[in-house]
Design a protein around this ligand. Structure first.
Ligand SMILES: *[C@@H]1O[C@H](CO)[C@@H](O)[C@H](O)[C@H]1NC(C)=O
Ligand SMILES: *[C@@H]1O[C@H](CO)[C@@H](O)[C@H](O)[C@H]1NC(C)=O
Length: 420
């Protein structure tokens, strides 16, 4: 049995702990007056908090997921203890805005890999319904529904989140990230040279397909007169810190290194990173700089700049650290400096440089016998994603042309009838 003085000591220690953790002070002060004493009060409070974590929910299509989505998920997670993410089904996306570029299983891989996501559910409706909201509260034990600060209205003009707001179970995050899917699609269309400037007019309709969640605002992608789209993203050290794990490798960690462009971060990237991480204790990812990627893959690549690509990779739960602007060749110096135990490369990549006799970027790790080729689980590359987007775009245009045609026929018919 603990003596009175011991428990007083404990109380003092606990109070000190609470005072250090500034935010908790209010709870400490409130508990001072509690009849069961401060220590017990706080212990109970802590236990209670441990027993029932705050569950928050956020949904979206997460088609062509980028670091802006990741940042929204990060903000949502900060409003609770566990983040449950609702991913909209392919059928719902098709019904509401046309076929998604990334099918559900790929979108699931992407969302599951975001390090702030705790659970993923697949039956999220495109526009949140009252029934679904009840299901979230009753079946998924959601405490708060999170949404961006853009208004979300239902077809009847009412606020989609009115019910959650009325119940005091709605929280909002700011969408401030300097990227939009609009922007990315614009850059992507530009990467196909033969496409003329006139096509840029139809972007907005295409871009709607890639909007994040519902009724996102579409900003102009930043056309600079001559059709060049530039990234508006201004990286800050704070954002990089927010995305970082902030931990180095442990004293005896086996460090695995993988490098690449990681442009338009996709499910193929996630899967190879997952396998690479499984081969060691710490995964270091080298991200090639924009000049290197352009030189190797063409003037319109990369689509996402170095900092954007770095954030997407950093948001991935399998990644421990990134090198922002890694050299093309893995040098002896790098292997030593970072204490790299294994260098890996996937079989499905945009280049087969590891097969080259001359100027093989992996010549050093190969000579050190620390190089390993990994079977890529998914047959997806950045080019695959770009091709899908372009074919979606063409299908969309054809659909529009057909519609225009039938409208023209209709009016022609009218003219004929009235002329009769
Ligand atoms: C487009 O314009 C920007 C500045 O407005 C310039 O820096 C860039 O070189 C131009 N690109 C081409 C292809 O002319
Ligand atoms: C370097 O990595 C090896 C594991 O491959 C580990 O045993 C060793 O302790 C590491 N060295 C340092 C200095 O961290």
């Amino acid at each position: 049995m603990a003596s009175t003085s011991e428990s007083k000591d404990q109380s003092a220690r606990l109070l000190a702990t609470c005072l250090i953790a500034g935010a908790v002070v209010v709870a400490g002060v409130t508990l001072l007056g509690a009849p069961d004493g401060l220590g017990l009060g706080i212990l109970q409070w802590r236990r209670k908090k441990k027993k029932k974590p705050v569950r928050v929910y956020m949904d979206g299509c997460f088609d062509m997921m980028h670091y802006g989505h990741c940042n929204a998920l990060r903000q949502a997670r900060a409003l609770g203890d566990r983040l449950v993410v609702g991913v909209v089904s392919d059928a719902e996306i098709i019904a509401n805005k046309g076929p998604p570029v990334t099918p559900l299983h790929e979108r699931m891989i992407m969302v599951n890999a975001v390090k702030w996501v705790d659970e993923v559910i697949t039956d999220a409706p495109y526009a949140i319904t009252e029934d679904f909201m009840k299901k979230l509260f009753d079946e998924y034990n959601i405490d708060y529904i999170i949404h961006g600060d853009d208004p979300c209205v239902l077809p009847d003009g009412t606020d989609a989140y009115a019910l959650a707001k009325k119940a005091g179970r709605y929280k909002q995050i700011k969408r401030t990230e300097g990227v939009s899917s609009t922007d990315i699609v614009g850059r992507m269309l530009l990467c196909v040279r033969e496409r003329s400037v006139s096509e840029t007019k139809s972007h907005s309709s295409l871009q709607r397909q890639f909007s994040h969640g519902h009724s996102q605002k579409f900003e102009d992608g930043g056309s600079s007169g001559n059709g060049t789209r530039v990234s508006h993203f201004l990286p800050t050290s704070r954002r990089i810190v927010q995305f970082s794990n902030g931990k180095g490798p442990g004293p005896h960690a086996r460090i695995v290194y993988i490098d690449g462009a990681f442009d338009l971060f996709h499910a193929g990237h996630v899967e190879i990173l997952r396998i690479a991480r499984g081969l060691g204790d710490f995964l270091l990812v080298g991200i090639h700089n924009d000049q290197t990627v352009s030189a190797k893959r063409g003037a319109h690549r990369p689509i996402m700049n170095l900092h954007e690509r770095s954030l997407s990779v950093l948001a991935c739960r399998y990644v421990d650290e990134v090198i922002i602007g890694a050299p093309w060749e893995v040098s002896k110096d790098m292997v030593t400096t970072f204490n790299i135990s294994l260098v890996v490369h996937g079989t499905v990549a945009e280049n087969d440089d590891f097969l080259k006799e001359q100027d093989n970027p992996y010549a050093v790790p190969i000579s050190l016998d620390i190089f390993k080729v990994l079977d890529s689980p998914l047959d997806i590359t950045t080019t695959t994603i770009i091709k899908r987007i372009l074919s979606n775009h063409e299908a969309y245009q054809k659909r529009n042309e057909r519609k225009a045609e039938s409208e023209r026929k209709y009016y022609d018919g009218k003219t004929f009838v009235s002329g009769d």
